[in-house]
Design a protein around this ligand. Structure first.
Ligand code: PAF
Length: 282
């Protein structure tokens, strides 16, 4: 396994692989790897010949400095985990200076309505930061395939849009949400939860499942009211948003139209820890 910190070394290694006819897969991460990440790496491993996992906590996508400071950084543990499961993979773990030089700044993108709601609304500037770093990584690694989890479904659609805007020759592969036993979507942030918070955070998944079950029998307003009530009754979880949105445009639904795909989205806090999840409804 290679652990590379410098761009030039990565470029030289990948260019040799490309010349040998190898297909390259990129799994961008911010580290603190868990089973969810491993499922992305697994998909990359079965799709591409060479798998690059980038590990970089990207400062420009954090709108909250506390969140950035508290984000788990566990490169040694991450490397051991990858070496154990995927001994042939390449880890790219650059420094801030390597990725941004002296300009720690995000580009501004026109993602349109995709970025107007949910994470785009509650985390100002977040998607410009994500777009900036993913654009840099895709231009550097030049992968044939790049893998993104559906837990960050809005991010996934934004990345597809980014690839269109930047005209990048890469196929974006969505990967389904990996869940803990109680249904909680796997996330690096789960490590920051107390045992009780982690147990009770299953309310997010349960709520999404309830909505899915009742979808089509109740109005959006009724469903939203029920979810708000569930979270009001929770001593542990504080709801930030619950939205049923068009699964393609991500515009919040007021009325359900036949022939349109919908998804439900939740963001909630357990103490200081912000958790998100989503589920296809039809
Ligand atoms: O999903 C993430 O972990 C990050 O947003 C990503 C795509 C690695 C960009 O920093």
């Amino acid at each position: 396994m290679h652990i590379i910190h410098e761009k030039e070394i990565l470029e030289n290694l990948l260019s040799a692989k490309r010349k040998a006819g190898k297909k390259i897969g990129l799994v961008p991460t911010m580290g603190a790897l868990h089973t969810g990440h491993l499922s992305l790496v697994e998909k990359a491993n079965t799709t591409a010949d060479v798998v690059v996992i980038s590990i970089f906590v990207n400062p420009t996508q954090f709108n909250n400095q506390n969140d950035l400071a508290n984000y788990p950084r566990t490169l040694e543990k991450d490397s051991e985990l990858l070496a154990h499961h995927y001994p042939d993979c390449i880890i790219f773990a650059p420094s801030e200076q390597t990725m941004y030089s002296d300009q720690l700044q995000a580009n501004t993108y026109e993602f349109g309505p995709l970025a107007n709601y949910m994470e785009g609304q509650f985390r100002q500037g977040h998607f410009d930061g994500v777009g900036t770093i993913v654009n840099k990584l895709l231009r550097l690694v030049k992968p044939d395939f790049a893998f993104f989890g559906e837990k960050d479904y809005q991010q996934l659609l934004i990345i597809k849009k980014l690839v269109e805007i930047e005209k990048l020759p890469v196929t974006i592969i969505p990967c389904s949400i990996s869940r803990e036993k109680n249904g909680l979507a796997r996330s690096s942030r789960n490590e920051l939860l107390t045992t009780e918070q982690r147990e009770r955070a299953s309310l997010i998944f349960q709520s999404l499942q309830d909505v899915k079950q009742e979808f089509g029998t109740k109005s959006v307003i009724e469903l939203s009211g029920e979810i708000e009530k569930k979270f009001k009754n929770s001593a542990i979880l504080k709801l930030e948003y619950f939205i049923i949105a068009n699964a393609e445009t991500l515009e919040p639904a007021k009325k359900i139209e036949t022939g349109t795909k919908y998804r439900a989205f939740i963001a909630a806090y357990a103490g200081e820890v912000r958790l998100i999840d989503n589920m296809a409804l039809n």
